[in-house]
Design a protein around this ligand. Structure first.
Ligand code: AMP
Length: 189
């Protein structure tokens, strides 16, 4: 198995770049944001509880996302590997992921962290909000709150992987194709 974490603030391009990795490496895409939005669309209790936090630009509780990832890992035992997108977002999630993967006899091979300046993130998210239909992409205040949550709770997760010698940092500015080339180089390194 090859397991990658695509990491970066909201608007860094994690979802976009995941699509290329799926195409080229045949990995399974696990995006907790997408999984949560599916729960909301299906009108589940979990979705209803998560929605108010997501709409406010706040993280949902660790137990909720860890539970979703656990069930996806267990239901795909034959996957070639996984791309984790938007997870882990806290140190507790990173710890839980290590434990879950250890139970499957595997581990994270590398975290690719994409760096994008704050103003560029805000511009990209407002642009995406024009046709993504995502409420959390349409309000500058909510976008700023999401970036705050990232700085406070999520940015430290990079050090967790740095300490394991697994962090690869790349510049997240440029064309989609040029950023993907940097990701490929980082994965192969
Ligand atoms: P995303 O699609 O990754 O931008 O996530 C959208 C929203 O879903 C976030 O702003 C959080 O409210 C929630 N969310 C997604 N993934 C996580 C996670 N790993 N931990 C906590 N909240 C999450």
């Amino acid at each position: 198995m090859v397991n990658l974490v695509l990491f970066g603030p909201p608007g860094a391009g994690k979802g976009t770049q995941s699509q290329y990795l799926i195409r080229d490496m045949g990995l399974l895409h696990l995006s907790t944001g997408d999984l949560l939005r599916s729960e909301i669309a299906a009108g589940t209790k979990l979705g209803l509880e998560a929605k108010s936090l997501m709409d406010a630009g706040l993280l949902v509780p660790d137990e909720v996302v860890i539970g979703m990832i656990k069930s996806k890992l267990q239901s795909n035992p034959n996957a070639a590997g996984f791309i984790f997108d938007g997870f882990p977002r806290t140190i507790a999630q990173a710890d839980a992921l290590d434990t879950l993967l250890l139970g499957l006899g595997t581990s994270i091979h590398c975290m690719i962290s994409m760096a994008v300046p704050r103003q560029e993130l805000i511009d990209r998210l407002l642009l995406r909000g024009q046709d993504s239909g995502r409420a959390d992409d349409q309000d500058r205040g909510i976008i700023e709150q999401r970036i705050e949550e990232y700085m406070l709770k999520t940015a430290p997760v990079a050090d967790y992987y740095r300490n394991q010698g697994k962090l690869q940092e790349i510049d997240g500015l440029g064309t989609i194709q040029s950023i993907y080339q940097r990701i490929q180089a980082a994965v192969n390194a």
